[in-house]
Write a protein that binds this ligand. Structure first.
Ligand code: GLY
Ligand code: MN
Ligand code: MN
Length: 429
């Protein structure tokens, strides 16, 4: 049996894979972690520091001021160099920081001087004084984003731990979910569960929306008490070593109505079908459009839309109830390396404007699948939309449910050669 590879070996393998994927030619590359941002009131405090994701991916360090440099022409063991600032006495005293391993940042100017005639790309948060080439920066950033898409072993280990913490938080929230509990109290139970089981932060602001608030896509929990029979939409993820889960469950406090059951079932069915479509080679926009047709079919059956689902989707009528994309990449940040396949431009079709990516799926990609149906007053009461979709919607019926909120169900799917793996399936619906 061979011993597992160490973390630093796995990181070195990652950097070599990236080096081979970047069309630098003879150019050098700098990737900056960035600097802490002071709070606006001019105190000695800053927003919590996070290294730029491109820097973090290459170093796994939170290192304000750090710069990782790459020279494709250097000797193999000197191609990547991590330049790190010297820890200060104040940082040791106030924050307990220790020196991060690497080359002193003070050596960076000499490294640059020795390569003065070379083209340079600068990524991450940029590097002060670096004379980089904007066209090259764009091309290298696109290549790096694409090369980051398949998750490696280290990343999947962090994601799985984030998912475990997330599952514990959702289980704890569920036990607290009774009529009368506030959105805020649910958030506290959820996040306590995250932190007790290995979560280090939340990957984004926790969303808990009850009743009509469930129709606000990114609702911040309030002290509103959940009423019996209301939807409660919870969208949250624990983060571990910068890797986050992104999970949504929608519950009913007490007994759901027959309509709520059918409405919920429509989203759940659409989600299950979309997950089965997450196979190697599948085009993301096709997965989105197929889910839109599934949801629209259900909306017709529910008596909310009229007509052929396919043509309703072509004319974007579904966006009245499903106004967002089917999902995005997730992992190193809640949107991770979403975007376009290198060389593609944005698809101009209006029905695809809400999509966060346009690419074919490949092994190792980690994506969310998150269909939702909502009664959003800002959309359903908008005079322009009411005129445009006048014959397509049963407006009277839709009007009856304007304060019902909405349902979203979101899981995190690892694309593999053997098919989709639902990492978050242990979180019950
Ligand atoms: N948590 C925000 C989203 O689902 O994309
Ligand atoms: Mn989410
Ligand atoms: Mn999401």
């Amino acid at each position: 049996m061979t011993a597992p590879l160490s973390r630093s070996t796995l990181l070195a393998i990652r950097r070599e894979r990236i080096a081979a994927a970047l069309p630098l030619g003879e150019a050098i590359l700098l990737v900056g972690a960035g600097e802490p941002i002071p709070l606006p009131e001019n105190s000695d405090q800053t927003y919590p520091f996070r290294s730029h994701a491109e820097y973090f991916y290459l170093t796994a360090e939170e290192c304000a001021g750090g710069v990782v440099a790459f020279d494709p022409q250097a000797a193999p063991d000197r191609r990547w160099i991590s330049f790190v600032p010297a820890v200060t006495e104040a940082e040791r005293i106030w924050e307990g920081r220790t020196q991060i391993e690497g080359e002193p940042l003070a050596h960076l100017p000499a490294w640059l001087e020795a390569r003065r005639s070379r083209r340079m790309a600068a990524l991450g948060a940029g590097v002060a004084g670096a004379n980089s080439d904007p066209e090259l920066n764009g091309r290298i950033r696109e290549a790096l984003r694409h090369a980051r898409r398949p998750k490696d072993e280290l990343e999947l280990d962090a994601v799985r731990r984030a998912v475990t913490a997330t599952a514990c938080g959702f289980a704890q929230l569920r036990r607290a979910l009774v009529p009368g509990v506030t959105e805020r109290a649910l958030q506290i139970e959820l996040e306590a569960g995250f932190f007790r089981h290995g979560g280090q932060r939340t990957g984004y602001g926790t969303i808990v929306g009850s009743g009509p608030n469930a129709a606000v896509l990114h609702f911040e929990p309030t002290v509103r008490a959940v009423q019996s029979g209301e939807f409660v939409l919870v969208d949250a993820g624990a983060e571990v070593e910068r890797y986050t889960a992104d999970v949504t469950r929608t519950y009913v406090a007490g007994e759901p109505s027959a309509f709520q059951r059918d409405f919920y079932q429509a989203v759940l069915e659409a989600e299950r079908r979309a997950i089965t479509r997450c196979v190697v080679g599948a085009e993301w926009k096709a997965i989105h459009l197929a889910a839109a047709v599934d949801l629209t079919t259900a909306l017709v059956e529910l008596g909310l839309l009229r007509g052929s689902p396919q043509s309703l989707v072509e004319r974007e009528a579904h966006t009245l109830f499903f106004p967002h994309g089917i999902g995005h990449m997730v992992g190193l940040g809640v949107r991770d390396a979403s975007g376009l396949l290198p060389g593609r431009t944005r698809d101009p079709r209006p029905s695809l404007q809400s999509l966060r990516m346009d690419l074919p799926l490949a092994p190792g990609y980690l994506v969310t699948i998150e269909p939702g149906l909502y009664f959003i007053p800002a959309l359903l009461n908008d005079p322009g939309r009411r005129a445009r979709f006048a014959p397509d919607v049963n407006w009277e019926r839709a009007g009856q449910y304007l304060s019902l909120g909405g349902v979203r169900i979101e899981d995190n799917i690892l694309v593999t050669a053997e098919g989709p793996e639902v990492l978050t399936e242990a979180i019950p619906n």
